[in-house]
Design a binder for this molecule. Structure first.
Ligand code: GUN
Length: 289
């Protein structure tokens, strides 16, 4: 499954919607991304988000704060962005440095600007079955588009297994699959006999952060496999000190058994960024009232 192609369909629609909003209402969608510290992977993701925001015609604002930023300083910045009418979406890149507490920061983002869908108002709407009026976490929303490209809108009768139960991905992914009528199993690090549970899955979604954990003999033949893991591992075959990105799924081995499978990179990642743009343009339209 080519996430880049599906993502470009989404960003094409977003770009047109942004042009129209600016033409007709004089509003340019504004996305503010906050990053604290100098984790190289996080900087790479944030850079990609900013570039795509510009490509979609948005006003892209990046706030790069030093590692030594205090909780108060971070919360003051979020308060300022909450109050700024030119900012329609606010994203605080996670994880934050260990001395900072992400939860109060996330919860103070106004729900209407919470383009990550992590605020309890947005998470609660999804849990209550309201998929329309809030904002949904970008990675599960993007993964769901890939699932629906294969299976259609109605997943009745299909078994879905999600490995991972994070607020950012596993929980909302399970809820979206459930809303589409799949029979959903939530597996996680304490689950026993994970392989045999996975073998029941018509749709298997892996988001655990363990490189190449899902093996070919964990799959039901023909299953749709969505790999949300992004792990950097040593790649001595590329030369000394070199690394490469791999997912939570052993792609090479699983590709022969799966009916459809997302690669890493180029699968779910581009969809996450595309859905962030979609959430931002939606937030900008809603700001019209
Ligand atoms: N870190 C990794 N993925 C994400 C994401 O989707 N949103 C935020 N805020 N941080 C992340």
């Amino acid at each position: 499954m080519d996430g880049k192609q599906s993502a470009s369909v989404v960003t094409g629609i977003v770009t047109e919607a942004a042009e129209r909003l600016e033409r007709e209402a004089g509003i340019r969608p504004g996305l503010a991304v906050i990053i604290v510290g100098d984790d190289p992977a996080s900087h790479a993701y944030v850079g990609a988000k900013g570039r795509m925001a510009k490509q979609c015609g948005f006003n892209s604002m990046q706030y790069t704060l030093p590692e030594a930023t205090t909780q108060d300083q971070l919360e003051s910045l979020v308060a300022k962005l909450n109050a700024d009418p030119a900012v329609h979406g606010i994203l605080v890149q996670l994880p934050l440095p260990r001395h900072l507490n992400s939860e109060p920061v996330i919860q103070m983002i106004l729900p209407e600007k919470d383009v990550d869908g992590l605020n309890v108002v947005n998470a609660g709407k999804l849990a209550a079955g309201d998929l329309e009026s809030g904002l949904i976490s970008c990675t599960p929303a993007g993964a769901m588009i890939l699932v629906k490209n294969i299976h259609g809108k109605d997943l009745s009768g299909l078994n879905a297994v999600v490995i991972g139960r994070s607020n950012l991905f596993g929980k909302p992914m399970g809820l979206l699959l459930l809303a589409a009528n799949a029979t959903v199993t939530m597996a996680h690090s304490r689950t026993k006999d994970l392989a045999s549970i996975c073998r029941q899955a018509d749709i298997l979604v892996a988001a655990v952060g363990r490189p190449l954990m899902v093996k070919a003999d964990w799959l039901k033949p023909g299953a749709t496999v969505i790999d949300v893991g992004i792990n950097r591992v040593d790649a001595p075959e590329k030369g000394e000190g070199k690394t490469r990105l791999v997912g939570d799924v052993d792609f090479e081995a699983c590709a022969d058994v799966a009916g459809a499978i997302t690669p890493v990179p180029g699968g779910v990642g581009p969809m996450t960024i595309a859905m962030l743009m979609a959430n931002t343009v939606v937030a900008a339209y809603r700001s019209l009232g």
